[in-house]
Design a protein around this ligand. Sequence first.
Ligand SMILES: Cc1ncc(COP(=O)(O)OP(=O)(O)O)c(N)n1
Ligand SMILES: Cc1nc(C(=O)O)sc1CCOP(=O)(O)O
Ligand SMILES: [Mg+2]
Length: 218
Amino acid sequence: MNAPSRPHLPRGPYLLCDDSIRPELSLVDKAARLVAGGARVVQLRMKRTPVREALAAARQVVALCRQEGALCLVNDRVDLALLADAHGVHVGDEDLPAEDARALLGPGRLLGVTVRDGAGARAARAAGADYVGLGPVFPTATKQVPAPVLGLEAFAAVVRESPLPVVGIGGVGLGNIASVAAAGARCAAVVSDALLAADITERVRQLATAFEQGRSGA
Ligand SMILES: Cc1ncc(COP(=O)(O)OP(=O)(O)O)c(N)n1
Ligand SMILES: Cc1nc(C(=O)O)sc1CCOP(=O)(O)O
Ligand SMILES: [Mg+2]
C-alpha cells in the first residue's frame, strides 16, 4: 500500500490561532474568522487551555479547516494532533525532539521545527522536518523569545541557505509582511496583527494581498 501523501505547505500568510490573544473569543470562532479571510494554514497555539478542552477545540478546528480546504497544524502537541487528525505539528526547543515527533507522526503529516539559523535548518531537515519556523524576524510582544531579533537582512541570508522552506515569525504584520515574502519566505506567520484586528477576516485578506505583492516585487 502507498504511504499517505504529505500535504504541501502553501505559500502565503500562516495564521496562528492563539488562546492567549482575544481570550473572549473561542478558538473555533477565531479559526472561523481566519479561514473566512482565506487563511490556508492555521496553527492552533494553545498554551493556556486545559488539555481536554484543547483536544475538543482541535477536533473542531481541524474539521473546519478541512471543510474549507485549509491546513491545520497543532503547536507543541503531537498527541493532540494525531487524535484530532490534524495535518501536522509545529515543535520547538521545549517540545518533543523533531526526530521523535516525526516517528510518532508518521510520513503523512507535516512537521515544522523552530530554528534560529542555517545550522538549525540543516539539523531540522536531517531530523525529518518539512519546514522551519525562523524568528524572531522583528520585535514581538506576543512571546519572550530566547533569541535575538534577526532583522530582514539576516533573515534573508538564512532563507537562502536553508534546505527547507522557511516560515518567518515574530512581529510580522500588514506593515512588513511584504518584506518577509520578498526575502524568500514560503510563509509569514502572524499572530497578534491578525487576531487583534477589528475585523480579523478582512485583515487576513489584506495580509494575503500584501504577501503576494512582496513576492512579486509589486
Ligand atoms: C511557524 C512557527 N514558528 C515558530 C514557532 C515557535 O515555536 P516554539 O519555539 O515551540 O514556541 P511556542 O510557539 O511553542 O511558544 C511557532 N509556534 N510557529
Ligand atoms: C510564538 C512565537 N515564536 C517566535 C519565535 O521567534 O520563535 S515569535 C512568536 C510570537 C509571534 O507573535 P506576533 O506575530 O504577535 O509577533
Ligand atoms: Mg513549542
